[in-house]
Design a protein around this ligand. Sequence first.
Ligand SMILES: [Zn+2]
Length: 163
Amino acid sequence: MDSMEVEDLGVLSPKEFNQLYAILKFFSEPIRYPPDAKMQDNISYEIFINICYHLPPKDLLMLACVCKHFKNMLDGSILPISWDIWKTSRERFTPFKDMDPPKGLNEMEFSRLLNFESGCEFCKRNDKRIHIYWVACVRSCKECLHKRAKRKIFKLLHLNSRY
Ligand SMILES: [Zn+2]
């Protein structure tokens, strides 16, 4: 990239123009799922799905953060087979085999909730004892839960005292 100085951007050579055109075209085309052709890195859709079926939930969660393509591929509302990938992964790699996602959570959100390795959802610490509080669907340490509960109760009392 050293050869491309800022002042070089003023006039584009035909080659640069074609590259820029290809990039803009790529980003302006709607993405369909599953894609017809190969995805970036030359991984076919089928291979991607196959790989995903062998990954634990924490790796799927990381994969969904890699890029928009992977995120969409793992989003069951875009590609319904993804719900099965998340479910299979949970059943194979976690002790929560026989549980369905709690009401209001989809398979991916459920996997995120069960991801104990990322610690408390609020303070992000994983050196404390972490619990899942099923009623609230949160993964939290006791301190954060107490802080949040106090704040909620205070808000409720404050709201009630105005009427
Ligand atoms: Zn916490």
